[in-house]
Write a protein that binds this ligand. Structure first.
Ligand code: SAH
Ligand code: SF4
Ligand code: F3S
Length: 481
């Protein structure tokens, strides 16, 4: 489906609905607000909404935008599923992400029996899969609204319809070339924020479903990104994370192409922003220019999350990753030569179709050589529609489990050793929250992303505090101000 207005015009008969975005969505926020106010009056209390996020930082950021819209409509935001509106922003990168959502939906169905006016809505990557939508349509008939990743900016419009309709509203688009700017967002943290720099992915790694559910790469203009950063800084944000599936290919699709390294240079000039992170760079496109910018920057954090996926050149080829074991190792050396203290972290998949013990040994070898600060390890999950899912050399579960355990043990051992290298140093920690176990402690992060607990109080939150790292507990530190 392309941009069409049929769902709305079938439901309402207003004239004067703006055609342009974001004015159109602003119009619908007002419209939904009136409906919500009436309902709240009827109930004699404000309406409450919760948004639950599955998946990656990009989904987290999308959820902040969805919460921004709900806030404008007048919902009180909460973290309780027993509320008037529940929206799940889903992920489908691995099978277990899907299973969690189905499990939770059963529970929501029960809540809705007690509270029939409750609105249950689903969005995000999982909804871009036709089988999923079909299953919801037939087996979870109590769901009120289903939309996808490409029309997420239309949430206010779709919700206006769902609020007054008895049927399940489903609106999924195959793709879009549109980026809608200037919609509201409600941040989880006052002092840090994700900033989308691009959407979609063009890489089609053979195991990965993301390009199918997020569409092709679309970059935001540098002007829009910097303007958002300036607004965030004015609103108290000191740390931003620039988000994209492959940030190294940022800007190639723009009318006036801009490299990711140039974008970082511009971002460096936004006053008030003290730390800049990014996620995720693809090893195949990591330029010398980027390394140079990182090296000379005062704000870009000395941390690179550089997904390896596999250490076997043979498998990397089958994965369509466009780099080899040797190329990857050389890149890590180059990064360490330029920035000796840089933290390297990664993602690794175990049990990709056709993986032999020898391939797996190559993965262990890269982990030993690079000595990551930490690594996310995943068991390969077959995703319908991806090339690798159709291959017949899938690896038996017991073999995968055994490899996974060996990899995890190694990753934890090297991570623990590496993390200790800052012991005794005095470093800046961004104070993030009061420690849940011990309220006399504040928990924060070093620029390299390591966690530090130190004595302090809530007034420190959002500030970068100088802390001496007195004790290393494996993957985190205790410190003193
Ligand atoms: N764009 C990023 C990663 C996005 S998905 C990149 O290219 O690195 C995050 C991680 O999920 C991936 O790095 C990969 O390790 C893992 N992943 C993706 N598809 C998977 C699958 N089918 N099975 C298991 N892990 C997968
Ligand atoms: Fe998936 Fe590969 Fe794109 Fe990352 S680069 S999102 S792993 S297809
Ligand atoms: Fe999941 Fe979609 Fe992110 S599939 S990992 S939420 S892009």
């Amino acid at each position: 489906m392309s941009d069409n207005n049929s769902i709305y015009t079938d439901t309402f008969s207003d004239s004067g609905i703006p055609v342009e975005e974001p004015q159109r969505q602003q119009f619908f926020m007002q419209k939904a607000r009136k409906i919500a106010e009436e309902k709240a009056r009827e109930l004699g209390r404000p309406l409450r909404a919760m948004v639950k996020t599955y998946g990656c930082q990009m989904n987290e950021r999308d959820s902040e935008k969805l919460r921004g819209i709900l806030d404008q409509i007048g919902y009180e935001l909460c973290q309780d599923e027993d509320s008037d509106l529940v929206l799940y922003n889903t992920c489908t990168v691995r099978e277990n992400a899907n299973l969690k959502v189905y499990g939770r939906l059963g529970y929501l169905g029960g809540l809705k029996k007690k509270n029939p006016h409750m609105i249950i809505a689903l969005c995000g990557c999982m909804m871009q899969e036709p089988e999923v939508v079909e299953k919801i349509r037939t087996s979870y008939r109590f769901v009120d609204l289903v939309f996808g990743t490409h029309n997420i900016y239309k949430f206010a419009e779709l919700l206006s319809v769902a609020m007054i309709s008895d049927r399940m509203i489903i609106d999924i688009w195959k793709d879009t070339d549109k980026i809608v700017e200037d919609l509201p967002a409600k941040r989880t943290y006052s002092f840090k924020s994700g900033v989308n720099i691009m959407f979609g992915c063009n890489n089609f790694c053979t195991y990965c479903i993301v390009p199918y559910v997020r569409g092709r790469e679309r970059s935001r203009t540098p002007e829009a990104i910097i303007c958002e950063m300036e607004r965030l800084a004015a609103d108290g944000v000191v740390e931003v994370m620039l988000l994209g599936q492959n940030v190294n290919s940022y800007g190639k699709d723009l009318e006036k192409p801009v490299s990711f390294a140039s974008l970082l240079r511009m971002a460096e000039n936004v006053s008030g922003i003290q730390r800049i992170r990014f996620m995720t760079p693809h090893p195949k496109d990591l330029s010398d220019e980027l390394i140079e910018v990182m090296k000379t920057s005062h704000k870009i954090c000395p941390h690179m999350h550089l997904p390896l996926q596999s250490g076997s050149s043979r498998l990397l080829k089958k994965m369509n990753r466009h780099y080899t074991k040797e190329g990857y190792l050389a890149l890590c050396e180059k990064l360490r030569a330029a920035m000796p203290d840089i933290s390297l972290t990664t993602d690794i998949i175990v049990g990709f179709p056709g993986e032999t013990e020898e391939d797996f040994q190559d993965t262990l070898d890269v982990v030993r050589q690079v000595r990551y600060d930490s690594a996310f390890t995943f068991i390969y999950s077959k995703r319908t529609g991806t090339p690798a899912a159709a291959w017949d050399d899938q690896i038996p579960e017991d073999v995968v489990k055994d490899r996974f355990d060996r990899l995890l043990a190694l990753v934890q051992e090297t991570g623990r050793e590496r993390s200790a290298r800052f012991l005794g140093k005095r470093m800046g920690v961004l104070a993030e929250h009061v420690n849940e176990q011990d309220p006399s402690l504040i928990t924060g992060r070093l620029d390299n992303n390591l966690v530090v607990h130190f004595p302090g109080d809530a007034s420190m939150i959002g500030k970068i505090i100088d802390v001496t790292l007195t004790e290393c507990k494996g993957f985190y530190y205790f410190g003193e101000v």
